[in-house]
Ligand binder design. Structure first.
Ligand SMILES: C[S@@+](CC[C@H](N)C(=O)[O-])C[C@H]1O[C@@H](n2cnc3c(N)ncnc32)[C@H](O)[C@@H]1O
Length: 260
């Protein structure tokens, strides 16, 4: 029997993921180029999924290798960039991808760097980069309880699925410092910095439930918890007019491989 791994559950809902997960502001590419001081000549993206981060990286018009281990996610990605000569897909994990000689100028990862082996990812990133190349990790911050009825949502999670409830405080701070501290403490990189962007997205009840169904924490819940949890959240949103306003913070973590 194979164990169902949390980092591999996204492919179970690849199309829904592509449909409801918010994409990333193209401003991310502008900030990455400003950090690098130029447009990268060659890019690798770890955990490309269905291509939401890829779409932003593609604006660089440079050869882009998308590393994605899940066949269903990779199928959506391939469909999206079919016929695009600059985009190639490597079906496998980042741990199994071999960088080109001399490395790449930009290693990017959208909402996926935390899935790479934490004991090796800094060294793997260092090895993948050319001297003065940049690591750019970006992603939206999602709490499971969000928006104007945060307290009521928290109460529902606490009652039905406390194992995935957000910690009551500091949730944003924790997400904000997570990659920064890990990269800085590795001692391998220079100029480590974190930037943030805010976007507002509206979800009606059904779309919000579909969004939740794409989160690995929700997917790993047994059905006898997930169904009542989603029903209770749907009731809550309906009682508040049927639309949830999500204020999304997108973080961008940047680091540079020093020249020898
Ligand atoms: C939350 S999704 C993010 C997808 C996409 N980048 C986005 O922003 O929508 C995480 C992705 O990381 C992939 N992944 C999981 N483990 C990985 C690994 N070891 N190396 C590379 N990608 C991995 C998953 O298959 C999934 O497609």
């Amino acid at each position: 029997m194979t164990t169902r791994q949390q980092r591999r559950v996204f492919g179970e809902v690849a199309d829904a993921y592509d449909e409801v997960r918010p994409g990333y502001p193209v401003e991310i590419a502008r900030r990455v180029a400003a950090y690098l001081g130029h447009t990268p000549a060659r890019i690798v993206e770890s955990g490309a999924g269905t291509g939401k981060g890829t779409a932003v990286l593609r604006t660089f018009a440079a050869p882009l290798t998308c590393v994605e281990p899940d066949p269903a996610m990779a199928a959506v990605l391939r469909r999206r960039f079919a016929g695009d000569d600059l985009v190639e897909v490597f079906l496998g994990s980042f741990e199994n991808w071999t960088p080109p000689p001399g490395g790449v100028e930009l290693l990017a990862s959208a909402q996926a760097w935390h899935w790479v082996d934490p004991t090796r990812r800094n060294q793997l990133a260092y090895d993948a980069l050319a001297p003065a190349g940049a690591l750019a990790i970006f992603g939206h911050h999602y709490g499971f309880a969000e928006g104007p009825f945060l307290d009521e949502m928290d109460a529902i999670y606490d009652e039905i699925a406390p194992e995935i409830a957000d910690p009551p405080d500091k949730r944003l701070d924790r997400a904000r410092s997570f990659h920064h501290d890990e990269i800085a403490e590795s001692g391998l990189f220079a100029d480590v910095e974190t930037q943030h962007l805010e976007t507002i997205v509206h979800f009606d009840t059904q779309r919000y439930l579909t969004l939740l169904s794409t989160f690995s924490g929700h997917r790993m819940l047994p059905e006898d918890k997930r169904v009542p949890l989603h029903n209770a959240l749907a009731d809550l949103i309906d009682r508040h007019g049927g639309v949830l306003e999500h204020r999304i913070t997108t973080s961008l973590w940047l680091a540079r491989k020093p020249r020898p």
